[in-house]
Write a protein that binds this ligand. Sequence first.
Ligand SMILES: Nc1nc2c(ncn2[C@@H]2O[C@H](COP(=O)(O)OP(=O)(O)OP(=O)(O)O)[C@@H](O)[C@H]2O)c(=O)[nH]1
Ligand SMILES: [Mg+2]
Length: 287
Amino acid sequence: MPRFAQLVMGPAGSGKSTYCSTMVQHCEASNRSVQVVNLDPAAEHFEYSVMADIRELIEVDDVMEDDTLRFGPNGGLIFCMEYFANNFGWLEECLGHVEDDYILFDCPGQIELYTHLPVMKQLVEQLQQWEFRVCGVFLVDSQFMVESFKFISGVMAALSAMVSLEIPQVNIMTKMDLLSKKAKKEIEKYLDPDMYSLIEDSSSALKSKKFQKLTEAICGLIDDYSMVRFLPFDRSDEECVNIVLQHIDFAIQYGEDLEFKEPKESVADNAPNFDEYFQDQVDEQDT
Ligand SMILES: Nc1nc2c(ncn2[C@@H]2O[C@H](COP(=O)(O)OP(=O)(O)OP(=O)(O)O)[C@@H](O)[C@H]2O)c(=O)[nH]1
Ligand SMILES: [Mg+2]
């Protein structure tokens, strides 16, 4: 039987730890067992109970205090993650060999981990060797996405992770509950973006013709291959959380090998319908 994992990634403060605790609560409410592993050696507090915590292996503060290493916070974190990559045996011991388990890995927020450092890729390969099906979950804060410029850089960050990790990835726009009604309408166009029109929106801000052409080429490539799409994540909306979870489950085929159970009528009636959800949002926008 396969095992299942979500690698929860994204820039600092994008809501990774909050996403993990929301998912745990959501799954508990539907009698589903999901566990969390904290992989952030600099984490100070989180609201979920952990099955494993990287700080038991190594902590950033200890690395920074070491007189021979002399690292600052960022260098210290990279050192910790490299140390972790050389000691995957620790993780193997913590995870055990439970069939069919479902684990969320709450990762650190240093963006270089997802763009060019090999640690996350090594972790993915190791998890796959332990028979995990891994889905990347890339979080971007919706607060920063209401302008096309910031959006393009968010898309590029998500794309870097996709390209370097080579696993299915679901991109998520977090903190939707904080947006005003007007901003929510504004952000709708970023969920399934038409990059060509976004670049038109922002072309007046680009002073250099050369860079404008480069940005156009990048946007064109992303658009032509429909490479990046975002799902909205509002932690206060159960249906929204469920839709995100279903997308991820689908990507790693969770549930395919489980025994088939007759759905209860009430559950089937309440089953979320993605199209309806998005249609509701469009209707809201039209009114
Ligand atoms: N209102 C609201 N606040 C959120 C949401 N997600 C995160 N936050 C807040 O945003 C801040 C950062 O959230 P975290 O979950 O710690 O973000 P993180 O990505 O784990 O941060 P790092 O681990 O430091 O990279 C906290 O103050 C959270 O309470 C959300 O969906 N809605
Ligand atoms: Mg965190």
